[in-house]
Design a binder for this molecule. Structure first.
Ligand SMILES: Cc1ncc(COP(=O)(O)O)c(C=O)c1O
Length: 377
């Protein structure tokens, strides 16, 4: 890394050890089954233009942090949709319409999930209605429209957009394809998670003889993280240290792990990592997270734009990486943890460690990405 990319002062905000940690493969695969996981890979890997996304070595960063290897799963290249969400919503649309005769799909979204649902609906010749809050950028809405969806903006936050989506869907007999679970609405979120698990299948092939010692998973409502844990249970023959990372202002998984039950928190300030700015873990993911997670860490928004720039300017790897805001927290937390000798020791990070982080999205919001790149820190 160059002198102007000094990260030795970076800090994480909060770190919590899970007192209830007891990883149990069988229990995890009861919640998201090996059959569901295999079926999603068999389906998605046959989609047109399917290609595993790259697993990039952050070779410059691991030297700096005195680790063996850092793997970065680059989801900016996922089906041209620029995030891992492409795997979930579109897969759920395809599966759920096989079981019913509904012809109109609906969802509420912060952006990337809606893009996937719109794309999946278009692929399956279905109409699609997408509810967004006032915080979702117009450029994200435009992309959803480009996949043929009707975008309905609600004058409220994400929860308001979801409530309106549920209300109108009930009135009109639309099929909701949501990535969060609630009482009696569990099949679609499970299908969404099964779709995400394709990432872990690819990683298990890509790492070859390396053994991942640590995995850092971003969480919003926890769907992606829980799906990766199910993927670990399905595809790896060892259990890495599992760390959840969240924005410090939206640490609903950390708060839930602290008390051992789902906690709803009030988000006082929206994080720039919009896809992760969630106040309550989703039901199904929580059943996996509560015992599988080793620790939870939180990070502030302060390092997001710097990390976006370092990725783009080859400061962390030989390759240029386009990583949007939600691609940064794994890297930020890893740097913060490595800078704290006590935390480093507690989490067993050392010269032999092979750490896996997720670059969940590319420049999915192009305007915001440019803003972050041009920000003078
Ligand atoms: C773009 C984006 N949206 C959402 C999430 C969170 O996923 P989930 O809500 O399933 O935890 C992430 C995770 O990092 C993300 O990158």
């Amino acid at each position: 890394m160059s002198a102007n990319s000094n990260v030795s002062h970076w800090k994480y905000s909060n770190l919590l050890n899970n007192q209830n940690n007891r990883f149990n493969k069988e229990e995890i695969l009861k919640i998201l089954s090996a059959k569901d996981i295999d079926e999603s890979y068999n389906t998605i890997s046959k989609w047109k233009n399917y290609k595993p996304t790259p697993l990039i070595l952050l070779n410059k960063l691991n030297e700096k942090l005195r680790l063996n290897k850092i793997f970065y799963k680059d989801e900016s290249k996922r089906f041209g949709l620029k995030s891992f969400k492409a795997l979930g919503g579109a897969y759920a649309v395809e599966k759920i319409i096989k079981n019913n005769d509904k012809k109109i799909i609906s969802t509420a979204t912060a952006g990337n999930h809606g893009r996937s649902v719109a794309w999946g609906s278009q692929k399956n010749n279905l109409e699609c209605k997408i509810f967004i809050s006032k915080f979702v950028s117009e450029s994200r809405a435009e992309v959803m429209r480009s996949f043929g969806a009707e975008v309905i903006r609600i004058n409220g936050n994400y929860d308001d957009s979801l409530n309106e989506c549920i209300k109108q869907s009930k009135e009109n007999n639309w099929q909701i394809v949501q990535d969060v679970a609630w009482k009696n609405y569990e099949l679609v979120p499970k299908l969404t998670m099964a779709g995400y698990s394709v990432m872990m299948k690819e990683i298990s092939d890509q790492i070859k003889n390396d053994k991942i010692s640590h995995v850092i998973l971003q969480a919003g409502v926890g769907g992606m993280a829980a799906a990766m844990i199910a993927g670990i249970a399905r595809y790896l023959n060892h259990i890495p240290e599992i760390i959840i990372v969240e924005p410090e202002n939206a640490a609903c998984v950390l708060e839930s792990i602290k008390t051992g039950k789902i906690e709803k928190i009030e988000i006082k300030k929206e994080s720039i990592m919009g896809g992760m700015s969630c106040g309550e873990p989703s039901l199904i993911p929580w059943q996996i997270l509560k015992n599988a997670v080793n620790s939870c860490v939180t990070v502030s928004d302060d390092y997001v734009s710097k990390t976006v720039k370092y990725l783009a300017n080859c400061e962390l790897s030989d390759e240029k990486v386009i990583g949007g805001e939600c691609s940064t927290p794994g890297i930020i937390s890893l740097i913060g943890l490595c800078n704290d000798e006590k935390a480093r020791e507690k989490i067993k990070l050392n010269e032999d460690s092979n750490v896996l982080v997720f670059g969940c999205e590319g420049d999915a919001d192009e305007n915001l990405y440019q803003e972050l790149l041009n920000k003078i820190d």
